[in-house]
Every structure is written in C-alpha cells, then in structure tokens.
Design a protein around this ligand. Structure first.
Ligand code: PGA
Length: 251
C-alpha cells in the first residue's frame, strides 16, 4: 500500500484527478470504478478541468459506479445517478451507454446485483476503483461485518451511515434504508484501488485503518490490505490522529 499525504481537500482532488487522467491517457478504453459522496467532488472537478484544458478524452472509457440507493431513480436529485451527471458525466465526452450505475429501481433487485457483476466481468474488470471511506470504515455501502468475498448485493444501511448522508436530504427520514452496492469481493477484483480520505471527521477512521495489519471484518476498509495495488491519498486533517500508525506505510 502506498500512502500519499497532501495538504487539504483541494490538493487531494488535484492528485487523485491526475492519477486517474494519467490512466485514461495511457489506456483510453480503461474501465473506471467511480464513487460518490463529498470527498470525490474536487477530484471530478479537476478531471473536468483537465478534459477541457488538455482534451483528455473519455470517448472509449467505460465507468461503473460503486453503489446506488434502493428506490431512487435517475431523476431524483439525491440519486447517485444524478450526482454523477451533476459532477462529471455532463461535462465530459463519455457516451451515455458507457457509464453504469447500479439500478436501485430494479423490480428484481437480486437479479440487478447479479447482472451488475456480470457487466463488470463483460467489460473486462475494473482497471482503477476510486473509493472513499466511511467513519465506521465502510467502503461503498459495505458496512462493518460485511463478507470480504461477496459480490454486488443489497444492504440495509446502518443508522450512522444514514445520519452521515442525511445532509443531502430535506428530512433525515427521507434517506433510503437500503442500497445496492458492489461487494468487497467485487472491489478487490479491481486491478488498482485509489482510496481518498479527507477531513477531521475521517481522522479516527484513518487512524484505525492504518493500524490493521490484516483484513478484519469489523472494519471493511481493512480488506484493502490484502490487495496488491492500493494507493491512499489522505489530507492533513484526515491524518491528524495517525502518528505511529503511518510510519510503516510505503510512500
Ligand atoms: P464522503 O463519504 O466522501 O461523503 O465522506 C465517503 C463514504 O462514506 O464512503
């Protein structure tokens, strides 16, 4: 695992975007695994800037998103479909047929999960998966206790995750109770993983994460320890509680 320390969220966005756009230039038909939430907003902004300034093209890129709320459709502004449109898709030359977000409105959700894993296989697997981390160590919507070998599946969100995401909804009770998420098994099949962590409210999770020497189910992000190609970019606030813990990580 490689740890890149940056000053703040802005620098984090610049660094993460440059790693992603380098891959896009190197492999113009790469499969990118994308994430939503507060942390990747600057990353997407810098990808859009790079697309305009340097003409980095997404014409042959394929993308698969990590997760979606059950019950929210493309037209709902809180859906992750809408988030991706608002922050990235509408600004770049990625054809609509080539971006994929799990279908939270599928009538047969189990089937939608199976179809999503098959889609990823058909695309040739994920070249780079972008990830954030939850305060409880979740990745995607894989909450503590999740199996590390499971594929895309339906999860019941923990109250802490619903509370953390309530800021986007008009009323806390509007946060959906379930989501469809790539499983940790799906995530670990990605050839490269890029974990981005920013802010004081992630400092405890970051400290925990850096303590693990082997994967343990009570902290989902610890699954990444078993992966051969993980880069973590974290800012000063996120690393503010990690002293000793970060010493052994290669830089
Ligand atoms: P955040 O979410 O980027 O909004 O903090 C990350 C996550 O919960 O995975």
């Amino acid at each position: 695992m490689k740890l890149i320390e940056v000053k703040n969220r802005e620098e984090l966005g610049i660094k993460a975007a440059s790693l992603i756009s380098d891959l896009v230039r190197r492999k113009p038909d790469a499969v990118l695994g994308l994430a939503t939430g507060g942390t990747p907003v600057e990353t997407y902004r810098h990808l859009v800037e790079d697309h305009h300034a340097n003409r980095t093209s997404y014409r042959k890129i394929r993308t698969v998103n990590l997760d979606e709320y059950v019950g929210l459709g493309t037209s709902d502004s809180n859906s992750y479909h809408a988030y991706m449109e608002a922050h990235l898709f509408r600004f770049i030359d990625l054809p609509a047929a080539q971006h994929h977000v799990p279908d939270g409105q599928a009538l047969d959700l189990d089937r939608a999960c199976r179809d999503y894993d098959q889609l990823i296989d058909r695309l040739g697997g994920i070249d780079l998966q972008l990830l954030g981390i939850g305060r409880n160590g979740h990745i995607g919507f894989n909450e503590p206790g999740s199996s590390f070998s499971i594929g895309t599946h339906i999860v019941r969100l923990t109250e802490s995750t619903r509370a953390a995401n309530a800021r986007y909804f008009s009323r806390p009770e509007d946060v959906p109770e379930r989501a469809i998420t790539m499983g940790i098994g799906t995530i670990l099949k990605s050839r490269q993983i890029l974990l981005i962590v920013s802010g004081k409210n992630k400092a405890e999770a970051m400290k925990q994460f850096l303590k693990y020497s082997k994967p343990e189910n009570d902290f989902p992000a610890s699954a990444l320890i078993s992966h051969p190609d993980v880069t973590v970019i974290a800012d000063e606030e996120a690393l503010s509680l990690a002293g000793q813990e970060r010493a052994g990580i290669s830089k």
